[in-house]
Write a protein that binds this ligand. Structure first.
Ligand code: NAP
Ligand code: ZN
Ligand code: ZN
Length: 351
């Protein structure tokens, strides 16, 4: 298959900084859309993957799965998009399209799903490269339409931070009578607060950072609980119907299970791996409580969210950076110093 060389930013090793490199993109096939990338959000997963935190990174790694841009080419069979359209790509660029999960729009749970970076590109028989690059070529099924009324840079984080929190909010049927807690106020956390609030829920932020209290209230939280303050945690025992835990690193989730109501569910979306300390089943059994997990969202659900954001005027709170600032941005992310999503102005890569 023919390829073309494009500029990107990535890393050759877990302990190396990200820097300029060249990658190959496939030439468009009949079902493909080629997108000139204008903005790309910076997810904590980008950092995990660049640094091989999960142990399955393939180098070079070019992260980025909150991609917004303009269509610059379409294959002969493409019907949904034309050159000049504003479009987006999230965390998925392919799946088998025929398994039980794919048939019900749950492509993210397809055994053959292909991540936007670090997945396996069947056309080129090599790893996929993400949005820290000039352009991307994606099957039209995995391309999304952007609402015309929203800022193009500020909508980018909806493609991962937004959908990852929207999917559990929808699955657990959050509405105006639901008491939702969000653990961690970063990229995912701030979108979770905005979206749960827009769905009419009562929203609490549980955070380690008292200095984020006013921001959380401005984003739509009704209350902030500081997780290290025992009396504040005691005050919400048995209270929440749904907790979305976005903390990226290993932590004790038992204190949060205690704050679930009977039939309540704690959904882990952040930390990936064995829990330590172990989960105590006692409060779960005594209160029919659930600890669950959730992975991003399917393509139809992501389009539903983009449309919802358009109708409700919801975007992300962003700090725009140049691609050359990405290593510093990762260091700030590790210190929880993100307010509340970095978005890369990809025109900086062209310089
Ligand atoms: P982020 O912007 O860095 O936010 C994480 C927040 O967690 C921080 O702001 C902080 O909030 C809190 N936190 C608690 N303990 C922490 C610690 N030891 N180090 C750093 N932060 C800590 O990250 P994000 O982009 O929202 O991503 C969160 C996690 O979700 C990551 O692990 C990412 O890989 C994962 N993720 C999962 C999915 C999925 O499909 N399940 C999708 C996207 C991302 P406070 O200061 O308020 O405590
Ligand atoms: Zn992400
Ligand atoms: Zn499938």
């Amino acid at each position: 298959m023919n390829t073309k060389q494009v500029k990107a930013f990535g890393t050759e090793a877990a302990d190396a900084n990200l820097e300029k490199l060249n990658i190959q993109r496939r030439e468009i096939t009949p079902n493909d859309v080629e997108i000139d990338i204008e903005y790309c959000g910076v997810c904590h997963s980008d950092l995990h993957f660049a640094r091989n935190d999960w142990g399955f990174s393939v180098y070079p790694v070019v992260p980025g799965h909150e991609i917004v841009g303009t269509v610059v080419g379409v294959g002969a069979n493409v019907s949904k998009y034309k050159v000049g359209d504003s479009v987006a790509v999230g965390c998925l660029v392919d799946s088998c399209r025929s398994c039980a999960n794919c048939k019900v729009d749950l492509e993210q749970y397809c055994p053959e799903w292909v991540g936007t970076y670090g997945g396996h590109d069947k056309h080129l028989d090599m790893q996929t490269f993400g949005g820290y690059s000039e352009c991307i070529v994606v099957d039209e099924h995995f391309v999304l339409s952007l609402p015309a009324n929203l800022d193009k840079a500020a909508i980018a984080p909806v493609l991962c931070a937004g959908i990852t929190t929207w999917s559990p909010l929808r699955h657990w049927k959050v509405g105006k009578d639901t008491k939702v807690a969000v653990v961690g106020l970063g990229g995912l956390g701030h979108m979770a607060i905005k979206l749960a609030d827009a769905l009419g829920a009562e929203v609490t932020l549980i955070s380690r950072s008292p200095d984020k209290t006013q921001d959380a209230m401005n984003l739509g939280a009704d209350r902030v609980v500081i997780s290290t303050d025992e009396s504040q945690m005691n005050a919400v025992q048995g209270y929440f119907d749904l907790i979305i835990d976005t903390v990226p690193y290993i932590h004790d989730i038992n204190p949060y299970v205690g704050t679930l109501s009977t039939n309540g569910t704690l959904v882990l979306v952040g930390y990936l791996g064995p829990l330590d300390p172990m989960l105590n089943s006692m409060p779960m059994i005594m209160g029919r409580k659930t600890v669950a997990g959730s992975l991003i969202g399917g393509i139809a659900e992501t389009q539903e969210l983009l449309d919802f954001c358009g109708e409700h005027g919801i975007t992300s709170e962003i700090e725009m950076i140049k691609i050359q600032d990405i290593n510093e941005a990762y260091e700030r992310m590790l210190k929880s110093d993100v307010h509340y999503r970095f978005v890369i102005d990809m025109s900086s890569l062209k310089k």
